[in-house]
Design a protein around this ligand. Structure first.
Ligand code: ARG
Ligand code: ZN
Length: 884
């Protein structure tokens, strides 16, 4: 159907309720209230008349009563900020429909009907970036989780699966490229300068996977031959001028397709796969069927503008979205409480993919670091929730590190217990059993249980209980026996005061301290509050290496001698455990130091042990530089704060910086040689050259801590000699924290050099907002007034303010200025982009774990925000839970 040929619509419908302000406490949606849909929508036809200021949408839904539904005659179609212009049932215009808040209700007499609705949108005014919006003159959509209802009225829930036919028409000059899901089935142009295209997606899908893109785009094109010999056309669409920065994304896409065939037996199922890069995007990317939409930062990369970490992020996110084609699209979620079904599993899949593409050891360490920095604090704070939540007010708030990253860890534990081959049998069964369905987490667990042959009855608690389990470890040596006593406790979390013990799989090894070897790794599963495991054959007390490979997402409580940690840091054959020993050495020392428990002799002894371990790592010829770099990373301040019930961020920062200064001085010679050696390695994308770049900036950071003048000199030299962004950004990061003349020069040069390149200018904002410069707060205020700053672009907002929030010198400044700044940001951003605004609340929500003076200031900002009358549901939920 074509909107252009319709009579003009009636004036505004009087039955539409006045837009009322959202209630103070938005209602909670509860998992246990799930009911199957009353009506199904097997087919959808959408017709778009595209315009930046005005887009007309005509939808035709074939609806059919669901035999499994409750039999109601009322069809509920969700809407959000839209009004129906006309409504037809079986071709006849009807008027006896009504609005229930934002939703449209209409009674249907029979078993099956055709429902036609017209709506009109203003994409140019859509600053929330949900539904249909304009970005840089281009039109695009974001529908997950509940954005489709901002386009047209629909049962916008993931268990309603439909086949879509999409027609769109628009000005050919403005929108030369017209894309939607599936395959293009017809296209043409008219004399009036418009053209049109029709797309059909043969695979039934929920509305959150719908996508449309229209604009001036150019493609990097390639083909992929699948395991059964089918040819798939691949396109990565970007704005003209950006096409030279798409090859890494294309290589990553092809590698993902091949990997999923080999590793999970999953073949792509359409003849076309399109990726579009847009510069205004709330999240990383979106797995719409056959038409992935990406934040530009996860597509564009070349050596001049992207760091090695950026390259890895592109590869990981390209893989992630591609893998969703099976884990998410072919098998989707029954309801949003099951979000981890697709996200946890897909994160695990992208982690395994990246591990296979690069270094498995380094990837594992990075993933655990992310979990500890982002998920552990969530799990121990007011917003803690299980990976399968029981209730929510706004689902956008549940795209969290818990659902994604802890979700991946939970599935990884099943894989560890089953072994990769049996795990694969489980996933094969899952895909077979549930292909084409909207499934639950329970369906997944059952399939793994049946396919892999595991008993997961007690393991299901991992889906239901929030909180990071604390595992206490004691090792006793008696005769020739090593007696291992383990305890577990899962902390109370909001709404869950009591917890049950969970099965915790722990990979462990016992080292003979003379031979520096162990006699084989073991897997023990701690499934009670406490348990004892006895190992025989040790004449002397062995050294325990536990939770190797981070086999369980728990916190190990095991106070131990520095000597044992130094031993493991030097000898452990599990790279993660080696990293962990290094971390433990530093964590143990810094936690004692900030707790004020250190006399000078103990401090000197601990620093000495850390210094020795660092020197050994710098010198170890058996280590590759990528791994050496991991071992040299000091534990993050948020992770240190996690170790304390209540902490003083200023003290943690001061102690950690103090240790860096000490290391910089103590190891000045070796660090300078390391920096010199790394600086001599030419740019290449291989592991050796990447490793050299990684340790180059790490050495530089410590050198600058120990001797700022030498640091400034070397950093400036590294900056000016740089022929790639990794070196340039690393050098600028070090300079940004120094009060040296080279700082201003390099910052000005960087801005001049990359003016107009949004992703690189984002770095320019982040580096300054993240710096430890004494006047950092002043700098952030000035950056917020910089002509390049805008509240309209989430990447830019995050570049400035997420970096500020992660910076203890800024966010936790003792004046309370940092908290006020973030509070103001939340209140100012909320009406523009509620989803992005809500992401800043958890940082303030940590107040209960911070020393009382700062805690009061943080709380005051939350209260000031709660007092705003028309807050979004997103921010309202996060703020009220953080205060509650
Ligand atoms: N499913 C996407 C991904 O993780 C995330 C989209 C979430 N979008 C949102 N606006 N909440 O790959
Ligand atoms: Zn995802």
């Amino acid at each position: 159907m074509d909107i252009a040929s319709r009579p003009s619509e009636p004036a505004e419908n009087p039955k539409v309720a006045d837009a009322a302000p959202p209630p103070q406490a938005p209602p909670s949606i509860r998992r246990e209230d799930y009911l199957p849909p009353a009506w199904l929508v097997p087919e959808v036809a959408l017709d778009f008349r595209l315009g930046l200021e005005e887009t007309r949408v005509a939808s035709r839904l074939s609806v059919r009563r669901n035999p499994e539904g409750n039999g109601t005659a009322t069809l509920r179609l969700n809407g959000d900020q839209i009004t129906p212009l006309t409504l037809r049932i079986d071709g006849q215009e009807v008027h006896d429909w009504r609005m229930d808040g934002p939703d449209l209700l209409v009674a249907l007499p029979g078993e099956a009907h055709q429902v036609e609705i017209e709506t009109c949108l203003n994409p140019g005014a859509n600053s929330q970036l949900m539904g249909l919006y304009a970005s840089n003159g281009m039109l695009c959509t974001q529908c997950e989780a509940e954005g489709f209802r901002r386009i047209t009225f629909f049962p916008d829930r993931p268990d309603v699966l439909s086949t879509y036919t999409v027609r769109m028409r628009g000005d050919k000059a403005k929108f030369p490229i017209l894309l939607a899901n599936g395959n293009c089935t017809a296209q043409g142009e008219d004399a009036d300068g418009t053209h049109w295209a029709e797309w059909h997606d043969p695979w039934p899908k929920p509305s959150y996977l719908f996508a449309l893109v229209a604009g001036e785009l150019v493609a990097n094109h390639a083909t992929f031959t699948t395991m059964t010999g089918r040819t798939v056309d691949l396109n990565i669409w970007v704005r003209p001028g950006d096409e030279d920065r798409t090859q890494h994304a294309m290589d990553s896409l092809i590698a993902s397709m091949k990997w999923d065939e080999e590793t999970f037996g999953r073949e792509y199922d359409l003849d076309l796969f399109n990726i579009v890069a847009v510069s205004d995007f709330n999240m990383g990317a979106m797995e719409n069927k056959g038409l992935n939409v990406f934040n530009t930062r996860y597509v564009l990369a070349d050596p001049e503008t992207a760091t090695d970490a950026d390259y890895d992020a592109v590869e990981g996110v390209i893989g992630h979205e591609y893998f969703h084609n099976w884990s998410g699209n072919r098998v989707t979620c029954r309801d949003w409480f099951q979000l981890s079904l697709k996200e946890g599993f897909t994160v695990l899949r992208d982690q395994l993919f990246s591990a296979d593409m690069g270094s498995e050891a380094v990837k594992r360490i990075e993933d655990v670091r992310v979990l500890r920095i982002a998920q552990f604090p969530e799990d121990s704070g007011p917003l803690a929730h299980p990976i399968r939540p029981d209730s929510y007010q706004e689902i956008s708030n549940f795209y969290t590190a818990t659902v994604y990253n802890k979700g991946a860890e939970v599935i990884r534990m099943m894989r560890t217990m089953a072994g990769p081959e049996r795990f694969r049998k489980g996933t094969d069964l899952y895909f077979d059993r549930h292909d084409g369905q909207a499934a639950t987490c329970e369906d997944f667990v059952k399939a793994i249980e049946d396919g892999a042959g595991l008993d997961l009855r007690q393991f299901r608690l991992w889906y239901a209980q929030a909180g990071t389990p604390q595992v206490g470890v004691e090792l006793e040596h008696k005769g020739t026996q090593a007696i291992l006593r383990l305890t577990q406790s899962v902390p109370a979390t909001p709404g869950q005061p009591e917890k049950q013990p969970m099965p915790i799989p722990l990979r462990l090894a016992l080292y003979d301290r003379d031979r520096g070897e162990h006699s084989g790794e073991k897997l023990v599963v701690l499934d009670k509050d406490s348990d004892t495991f006895v190992f025989d054959g040790f004449a002397r007390p062995p050294v325990l290496s536990i939770n190797r490979g981070f086999s369980a997402p728990v916190a190990i409580r095991f106070p131990r001698d520095n000597a044992d940690l130094v031993f493991l840091a030097a000898h452990d054959d599990d790279p993660f455990a080696r990293y962990e020993a290094m971390q433990g050495l530093v964590v143990q020392h810094l936690v004692a130091a900030v707790s004020g428990q250190l006399d000078e002799a103990t401090r000197a002894e601990a620093r000495h042990a850390i210094g020795e371990a660092f020197a050994a790592i710098i010198a170890d010829p058996a280590l590759d530089d990528l791994m050496r770099g991991e071992l040299m990373i000091l534990p993050a301040e948020t992770y240190l704060a996690e170790q304390l019930a209540v902490s003083d961020p200023g003290a943690i920062h001061a102690e950690r910086e103090g240790l860096k200064r000490w290391l910089g001085r103590e190891l000045a010679g070796p660090l300078r040689s390391l920096h010199d050696r790394a600086a001599a390695v030419a740019y290449a994308r291989d592991a050796a050259a990447r490793g050299a770049r990684k340790i180059k900036t790490q050495a530089l950071t410590l050198i600058a801590a120990g001797d700022p003048a030498e640091g400034a000199r070397r950093a400036y030299a590294q900056y000016t000699a740089a022929d790639n962004m990794t070196d340039r950004q690393g050098a600028l990061m070090v300079l940004a924290s120094l009060d040296a003349p080279e700082r201003e020069e390099a910052l000005a040069d960087f801005h001049r050099r990359y003016e107009g390149n949004a992703l690189v200018i984002d770095k320019w904002f982040s580096l300054q907002a993240g710096s430890f410069h004494p006047r950092v707060l002043e700098h952030i205020r000035a950056l917020a007034r910089h002509p390049d700053f805008t509240m309209g672009n989430p990447n830019r907002v995050r570049a400035l303010y997420m970096a500020a929030t992660a910076n203890p010198d800024a966010f936790h400044h003792e004046s309370g200025e940092g908290y006020r700044m973030i509070g103001e940001l939340i209140r100012k951003l909320d009406p523009i982009n509620a989803q992005t605004a809500a992401r800043f609340v958890p940082a303030l929500g940590r107040w209960r774990r911070i020393e009382p003076v700062r805690a009061a200031q943080m709380r005051a900002e939350l209260e000031r925000t709660a007092a705003v009358p028309d807050l979004s549901r997103d921010v309202r939920e996060q703020v009220s839970k953080s205060l509650g």
